[in-house]
Design a protein around this ligand. Structure first.
Ligand code: KG4
Length: 374
């Protein structure tokens, strides 16, 4: 069984091709990654200091087909087309009216190549930015329609949860708590078994990654803010400004988070001070400490109170070394941290969910009248 998976929920265009044996057990020995590629849009979003949805959609449209060709080549599955179905191509054209750039490249692909060996297509259907999600879904549905391959929809967050399985030497014991922290999400999830999850807490406003990005912007740092703040915090050697930021909701008796107040506190403090390198480093140190303190404290409280056996981390913010260090120091249960290349958005996690989770949905709702696999 060969699965092509597509992830376009935010600012990464990602495709993956996985080969699976017949076993349903999620285990490294049961799947082979034939290709796993991501094109980042970071440069395109830098001027905006965050992800700009219209730009993200445009970038996905231009990146998807070249990435598909590259992926198939890498997996040794790129084959020349034998027949061209012009009727189907014009139907796809009609249905990709809002993805014209994608259509033009796709048309060229369909006339040149074929997807003979792909048995299934998996695509992220949310949560994420709608114009971005639709670009990936439209590609999935067009390929599905043209080559008659089934297409299934996958939840992005479930992908991040299952990313923790991508550490080949560890054995996950359930139940577990999963902390998913990215630019768009901050959630604590009780993970009973594959396919069964309960959100026990989430952010009431900004996501933790968003807080890193927005406070970095206030300090004049580049996007994405997380790695920039982290770098500055690491270089911090002074404490001239005595900065103390709040740790929002850290002592509340629930598992929710709130990061917008932290951002406002940084804004007000920075307005009153002269921004120089020492100030930026000290403020970065305090921002990172505040976010890490809140995430670690609330997550470990959930681990204790739910009496779970493992803790999983997922999402772009879990690339943060201070966060990892704190969790390693304080976690009493097994800790699962995805490899750095799987902490951010990737398509491999989407493919894995489509193979191993009972939650996958067959896409039956046509996006723009293209009735595929109904
Ligand atoms: O999961 P992801 O790649 O994309 C989505 O948001 O969906 O996460 C990106 C987020 C950004 O907000 C970025 O600033 C943050 O992850 N991030 C970090 C680090 N690396 C990326 N935050 C803190 N420390 C890092 N080292």
């Amino acid at each position: 069984m060969i699965t092509l998976s597509i992830e376009t929920s935010c600012d990464d265009t990602a495709l993956s091709i996985i080969k699976t044996s017949s076993s349903k057990k999620m285990d490294y020995s049961n799947f082979e990654v034939l290709s796993n590629l991501t094109t980042s849009q970071i440069e395109a979003h830098k001027p905006y200091g965050g992800v700009f949805p219209a730009v993200a959609k445009r970038e996905h449209q231009s990146a998807l087909v070249p990435l598909l060709i590259k992926s198939l080549k890498k997996a040794n599955l790129l084959k020349e087309a034998k027949i061209i179905d012009s009727k189907k191509i014009s139907r796809i054209k009609k249905n990709l009216e809002k993805n014209e750039d994608l259509f033009l490249q796709l048309k060229e692909f369909l006339t040149k190549y074929q997807l003979k060996d792909i048995n299934k297509i998996a695509v992220t259907i949310g949560p994420g930015l709608e114009p971005c999600l639709y670009t990936g879904i439209n590609l999935a549905k067009s390929l599905s329609y043209y080559y008659n391959i089934p297409v299934v929809g996958v939840n992005h967050l479930e992908g991040h949860i299952l990313s923790s399985f991508l550490s080949p030497n560890e054995k996950l014991e359930l139940p577990a708590i999963a902390l998913i922290v990215s630019g768009g999400n901050t959630q604590l999830i009780y993970f009973e078994k594959i396919g069964k999850y309960k959100i026990i807490g989430e952010t009431r406003d900004d996501a933790a990654g968003e807080c890193f990005d927005k406070t970095a912007r206030i300090l004049g740092l580049d996007y994405p803010g997380g790695p920039e703040i982290s770098k500055k915090a690491k270089d911090c050697k002074t404490n001239k400004h005595n900065i103390v930021l709040p740790r929002p909701m850290i002592n509340e008796k629930n598992y929710d988070f709130s990061f917008s107040g932290l951002k406002t506190a940084v804004l007000y403090h920075t307005r009153k001070n002269k921004i120089n390198d020492d100030y930026v480093k000290e403020m970065s140190f305090e921002i990172e400490s505040a976010i890490v303190d809140v995430l670690v404290s609330k997550t470990l409280k959930a681990v204790d109170e739910y009496g779970v056996k493992s803790l999983l981390l997922g999402g772009g913010v879990t690339a943060n070394q201070k966060l990892i260090k704190e969790f390693k120091k304080k976690t009493k249960v097994r800790l699962f941290i995805p490899h750095k290349k799987y902490t951010g958005d990737n398509a491999l996690m989407i493919g894995l969910v489509s193979i191993y989770s009972p939650n996958v949905k067959k896409i039956i709702k046509p996006i723009s009248n293209l009735k595929i696999n109904e």
